[in-house]
Design a protein around this ligand. Sequence first.
Ligand SMILES: [Fe+2]
Ligand SMILES: [Fe+2]
Length: 131
Amino acid sequence: MENTAQWTTALWLDFDPLDNMNRELMARLAQAQAASDAELPQAWADLVAHVAMHFGQEDTWMRETGHGRADAHALEHRVVLNLLREGVGQIRQGELEPVRQMARELGSWFARHTHAFDAGLALHLRRHSLS
Ligand SMILES: [Fe+2]
Ligand SMILES: [Fe+2]
């Protein structure tokens, strides 16, 4: 399927702690995209749980190391996590299509987020751990 989320080297940041989380996010997103209607509630819940952990971990590292772009980066995390959480409610009400639409759009959003924010954070964290 051409739109299936997949981690590629274009998303590689050369910093394992972030790369490992980004790989896992793409794997869970791919599962949600491929899920049947019956599987979607669990696949979406797994995706939301991962994203909450993933963004929370990045936010913590930004706070702890005084990352200069933390505010804009953390804001984008909050906005997207809120949308994903709204998806949980939509699924509960049987509204699967908006959630499937979100799943389709999330792959390109995520690639953009990785380049706009996670790449800078990777550089910052690499330097920080060397100093
Ligand atoms: Fe990330
Ligand atoms: Fe991020």
